[in-house]
Design a protein around this ligand. Structure first.
Ligand code: CAA
Length: 264
């Protein structure tokens, strides 16, 4: 692939958007390759993904402004749909995706991070939805996900003013969970991903599904979704082994060991 790097480290997959000449901006080719990269993840091995940008300056500097500058209405609509379809794929991807935001996360860059489950960033990260300064709306889900993440009032302020915010402010408003010195970002992302990957994968996947689907419906429907997924766990090796291990520990603390969950 020309614009996407993919590596697997144990049960953690790392997808890197790599278009340094344009600060990893998203054009049609980058979006296509990104989709192919997600489609190619081997879910029998990989239990958690990290999404990041190449280099030390930019996560993703947005959708490609040069490419958009000549689009017709139909082309603009199709480009928005392409981005939205792929970002929905990331949001609904069966395993957790951590965005390791290593610099600019503007426009489509902020939007792709918001389609991930968890956002952590480096101190030099910069977030914003600058689209109204370019004569467009956010087009890859920004109006929807920013409002859901930080509340409608704050999302409206950021989007209407097109003001960028630094990492500390992004943390203050709940857009990112943690901020690290740049050199510590990937080690922290890998540690978090490995921790997630070490937990029962069926249960982790079910948690993602329950949270995502529950947020779209009433609390009554949400808890019904949880009930079904909770019940399903009781057919798994992971539940039997996880609970048996807890009981073994009570019998004899020397028998404490890390459970090797099996994804079955
Ligand atoms: N699209 C295309 N190219 C981009 C780009 C983008 N979004 N962002 C940066 N680049 C390119 C620049 O054109 C430049 O290319 P050349 O060297 O060929 O001139 C290269 O990346 C380096 O950029 P700068 O020289 O501008 O670097 P800088 O450090 O001075 O500034 C920056 C960095 C503040 C991120 C600045 O590049 C910038 O403001 N970029 C645009 C950010 C933006 O507005 N993003 C939102 C796009 S709209 C969108 O995303 C719509 C949507 O919701 C789908």
């Amino acid at each position: 692939m020309g614009f996407i790097d993919y590596e697997v480290d144990g049960a953690v997959g790392i997808i890197t958007i790599n278009r340094p000449k344009a600060l990893n901006a998203l054009n049609e080719d980058v979006l296509n390759e990104l989709e192919q990269a997600f489609d190619a993840v081997d879910l029998s091995v990989v239990r958690c993904l990290i999404l990041t940008g190449a280099g030390e300056k930019s996560f993703v500097a947005g959708a490609d402004i040069g490419a958009m500058s000549t689009m017709t209405k139909a082309e603009g609509t199709a480009f928005g749909k392409k981005g939205n379809d792929i970002f929905l794929k990331i949001e609904k991807f069966p395993i957790p995706v951590i965005a390791a935001i290593n610099g600019f996360a503007l426009g489509g860059g902020c939007e792709i991070s918001m389609s991930c489950d968890i956002r952590i960033c480096s101190e030099n990260a910069l977030f914003g939805q600058p689209e109204v300064g370019l004569g467009i709306t956010p087009g890859f889900g920004g109006t929807q996900r920013l409002a859901r993440l930080v509340g409608a009032g704050m999302a409206k302020q950021l989007i209407y003013t097109a003001r960028n915010i630094d990492a500390a402010e992004a943390k203050r408003i709940g857009l990112v969970n943690e901020v690290y010195p740049l050199a510590d970002l990937m080690p922290a992302a890998k540690k978090m991903a490995a921790g997630i990957a070490g937990n029962a994968p069926i249960a982790v996947r079910a948690c993602k599904k329950a949270i995502n689907e529950g947020l779209q419906v009433s609390i009554d429907e949400g808890v019904a979704i949880e009930e079904e997924l909770f019940g399903n766990c009781f057919e798994s090796y992971d539940q039997r082994e996880g609970m048996a291990n807890f009981l073994r520990k009570k019998d004899d603390p020397k028998k404490v060991r890390k459970v090797a969950f099996k994804n079955e």
